[in-house]
Design a protein around this ligand. Structure first.
Ligand code: AHR
Length: 622
């Protein structure tokens, strides 16, 4: 039996309840959401990013007729973009290099336009013709050649458009010059004209659209472990340290002036997608932006607390500057930079997290409180989010919570990756959380695989999150994105290669929860069973009761529903159902929502929830 009590009010559910956690892991940015097709466009790859890298990774120089070498000398493009390519073409037959992109190459669509750009200079007073062209791996042309005339020995940007003459998923970009000439080349870039919302320096449309379709309430970014690992020192040329924590000021302004960084997950990260782009993306998809800044306690196994008061103060000031960048007037220093980048209106930042999964709770709290107090002295309306360490239980967790409570923290970020049995067994986790203590953001959760039985367990668990929406204010599955050829972490919500993307069974599950949240919990009860869970909410706009039932049992559950009020006989039903071992892949997505209509809804009626199913019933009051 499932009994609903529409006369009683449960907790209000925040509009932001379910969001996404975006981290540049599994090549989520370069080679993923960032639509740039050229890999290693600024020749900054180095073994410190990944032992397999050289500055010419993803580039193939021609065999004869010249030379190509990456140099780091005073002729560089700028202090943050230190390496550049010296291309020497011996004779008029020309000499070039070819970029092979990510995965199998560029996924080109016939007739689609691609925006080419390059920073270049030449030693030839009369100028040098530089040709850009799309080719397949055999060298066959995939576009007409585009010629730009490089003039002068000073760096300048040259642009043009290439149109793909046929579809190919193995596209390459060849850039060649006629000699004799020695050129400097840097930031060799190719973007599809079509990006999400047509933004320049924008996002890959299919991936961004899949995220937008989730209807996320918030966007937590840019990590994760990459936020607080590595050195916290500022970028200082020429003593540039790779493996720096994610410092937002490195990621704004013209892309050619953004340094790259060794990403914690083992690759080079361009920061082409930076804080401006993330704020704008959050706005584009209607999500609350939720940045995470390092707390100066290096996390994710590195476990060191910075004992440098000056460095700490600099990061606190950077965080205040971040708030000014997001919200300040265009007359302020950082608000002006936002306006210069094309967004004079404020981004409306309201929440910000300091730190991610610190394993040293005392050291973390000592520093967190300094950030929090400085922020709240200037911006009392900003919610500053703390965390409970890397696990859902244990000594670090207990101590972190004790300190969070003691210091009157507003909101605590919990993370856990557990097996499905844990998610089924722990539905009541938040029932006993102190309603007068900090609120919770469940910033990262997932059960350990991408099979449908994992999603069933996650869905069952989410009924408990929603029932406790007065404590759990925000929640996001993690991680969001993974490129099939560059995997550091699995499971993930959305998978992709260069040409295709697909939502896992957990994507479909999250999407249904995120598009059927409701505004208030309506108390309900059902026979207590780990594998049969329910939650009911009300959509205040339509008055509908949204009955969400997870039947993770291997047999159908014939259920008597007592709605407690008269409802229209016709109800919308959305179901995810299938083999618990099923997985959505590039070629087959067996677990997809099925929409049906029910004609027999009433104050009391029977309904069968299929075996291994997640059902959303929308009941309209009569
Ligand atoms: O989501 C992957 C990683 O899991 C995140 O970087 C980190 O916060 C957690 O340990």
């Amino acid at each position: 039996d499932l009994t609903i009590e529409p006369g009683r009010e449960g907790p209000a559910i925040s509009d932001e309840m379910y969001g996404v956690f975006y981290e540049d892991i599994n090549r989520a940015a370069d080679g993923g959401l960032y639509a740039e097709l050229v890999q290693n466009r600024s020749f900054e790859y180095a073994p410190v990013d990944n032992p397999d890298y050289t500055p010419l990774t993803a580039w193939q120089p021609a065999q004869q007729g010249g030379s190509a070498e990456v140099v780091d000398d005073a002729g560089r493009l700028n202090e943050r973009n230190r390496n550049y390519l010296r291309l020497t073409a011996d004779g008029p037959q020309g000499y070039g290099i070819t970029n092979t992109g990510y995965n199998t190459g560029f996924a080109l669509r016939e007739g689609a336009k691609y925006d080419f750009s390059v920073w270049a200079r030449t030693d030839q007073p009369a100028g040098t013709a530089l040709t850009a062209m799309l080719r397949d791996p055999s060298g066959a042309p995939l576009s007409q050649p585009l010629e730009v005339n490089v003039r002068g020995d000073g760096w300048a940007k040259y642009t043009g458009t290439l149109t793909a003459t046929r579809a190919d998923t193995r596209g390459r970009l060849e850039v060649s010059a006629a000699g004799p000439a020695t050129l400097g080349l840097d930031m060799i870039s190719l973007f599809p004209r079509e990006t999400f919302k047509g933004r320049p320096n924008g996002m890959r449309a299919d991936l961004a659209e899949k995220i937008a379709a989730l209807n996320p309430g918030f966007l937590r970014f840019p990590g994760g472990c990459l936020v607080n690992t590595g050195s916290h020192r500022a970028y200082e040329a020429p003593d540039w340290e790779r493996e720096r924590s994610y410092q937002w000021k490195d990621t704004i302004g013209p892309v050619e002036q953004r340094a790259t960084n060794a990403n914690f997950w083992g690759y080079n990260q361009s920061y082409g997608l930076g804080y401006f782009e993330y704020f704008q993306f959050a706005e584009d998809v209607g999500a609350m932006p939720l940045p995470v800044v390092p707390a100066l306690v290096t996390g994710c196994g590195q476990n060191q607390a910075t004992d440098d008061p000056e460095l700490l103060q600099r990061h606190i000031q950077d965080t205040l500057d971040l708030i000014e960048f997001a919200n300040g007037p265009v007359t302020s220093t950082w608000g002006a930079k936002r306006a210069e980048m094309g967004h004079p209106e404020p981004f409306g930042l309201t929440h910000l997290a300091v730190g991610n999964e610190e394993n040293l709770p005392d050291e973390f709290m000592e520093r967190f409180v300094q950030f929090r107090d400085a922020i709240q002295a200037r911006h009392p309306d900003i919610t500053v989010i703390s965390n409970s360490g890397p696990d859902d239980s244990g000594q670090v967790f207990d101590r972190a919570w004790e300190l969070n409570r003691r210091h009157g923290v507003d909101m605590v970020d919990e993370h856990y990756y557990n097996d499905p049995a844990w998610f089924l067994a722990n539905n009541h986790r938040y029932d006993s959380y102190d309603r007068n203590g900090p609120e919770v953001i469940l910033g990262e959760f997932a059960s350990e695989d991408n099979k449908f039985h994992n999603s069933l367990a996650e869905a069952a668990y989410m009924t408990g999150l929603e029932r406790n929406a007065d404590v759990v204010r925000l929640a996001s599955y993690a991680p969001l994105l993974s490129n099939v050829d560059y995997v550091q972490w699995s499971p993930d919500m959305i998978w992709f290669d260069n040409a295709r993307s697909w939502g896992t069974t957990s994507y479909q599950t999250q999407k249904l929860f995120m598009n059927n949240v409701g505004d208030r919990v309506v108390p309900s009860t059902a026979t207590e069973d780990q594998a049969f869970r329910q939650v009911v909410t009300r959509d205040e706009r339509t008055g509908e009761l949204i009955v969400k039932v997870v039947n993770a049992q291997s047999s159908p559950a014939r259920t008597h529903l007592d709605v407690g009020t008269d409802v229209e006989p016709t109800a919308r039903v959305t179901t995810l159902q299938g083999d618990p071992e099923a997985e959505n892949t590039a070629t087959e997505q067996p677990i997809r929502p099925v929409e049906t209509t029910l004609d027999s809804a009433a104050r009391e009626f029977d309904h069968t929830f299929p075996a291994n199913s997640i059902t959303f019933l929308r009941l309209r009051p009569a």
